[in-house]
Design a protein around this ligand. Sequence first.
Ligand code: SAM
Ligand code: SF4
Length: 331
Amino acid sequence: MVIEQSIEKGHKPINYLRLSVTDRCNLRCVYCMPEEGIDFLPHSSILTYEEMLRLVKISARSGIRKVRLTGGEPLVRKGFIGFLEKLCEIEELEEITLTTNGVLLKEYAKPLKECGICRLNVSLDTLKAERFLQVTGRDYFDRVWEGILEAEKCGFNPLKINVVAIRGVNDEEILDFARLTVEKPYHVRFIELMPVGKENIWSDERFISIEEILSAIEPLGPLRPILSNSLDGPAKRYILEGGKGEIGLIGAMSHHFCDSCNRLRLTAEGHLRTCLFSDQEIDVKTPLREGKGDDYILGLLTSAAINKTKDRGPIESGPRKCIRHMSSIGG
Ligand code: SAM
Ligand code: SF4
């Protein structure tokens, strides 16, 4: 089984699957998806919902307990809610969460809650409408903000807000986002910019480390650290005095968390990835479509988990890049 074998190899048990349901998106964030020149997958290459459900059920046999749905933008795929209803029936799963850009959240918040989605992460890099247009290429700030308020109204608590910090783009808003956690019960998670995609915008100048973010927040008062549980990701978590929400810092570049990484990724075209920073993938769709049985597929998942990278090398050796666009991997 994946759990035991991965422990033997010195990994944290692999219990978390990030499932990308589509490579399409209704935004074009500058660090993720170029406006033009993307080769979207033909529909026939994308896993059907039935195939995804089968793969999740098999992975649950191997110890997966948490599934995060991501993309592209998951809410743009037709029939998503029907898929979710079936996914939520898989008994072994303890947590089903969703990462969304929030553009369609106003209409989807209620059905998502009714399906049994445990938590939502909404990606939002700026609180200013004009800057939102610059970062995402679309004038949808109001829609996203209304979606966040609707999700809060529907009882998504905590609501996580993912902020990719980029110097010269949104660094002057770090304090505003941190203050938001005092006024609102939101968990704002600052994420370091990663060099993902062929023509990514990553550079030393644009990069802001989590230490720098932490220093930027210090003027707001003491930060109380919070302990994480076994299904939590790699965020370092803090609460500001009197805060209704919390602040999370994800040092994806400056702090390797390979040793404690508990996740597998499944791309929309049915390729397993064990590390965001390695372009090695295992094709599970082909055997699935060739009619291979569950045990065979389980074997593929197991070997992916036991061969998972334990360390992607010294930080001083510079950033490891990933050639695929983040939208096709799922972040
Ligand atoms: N479309 C959804 C969204 O934006 O939330 C889900 C998919 S998106 C690829 C998942 C996460 O990856 C988002 O929070 C996004 O900000 C993050 N992301 C994408 N490209 C990134 C990059 N180059 N560096 C850091 N985070 C990135
Ligand atoms: Fe779309 Fe999410 Fe990528 Fe932005 S980060 S382009 S919303 S997939």
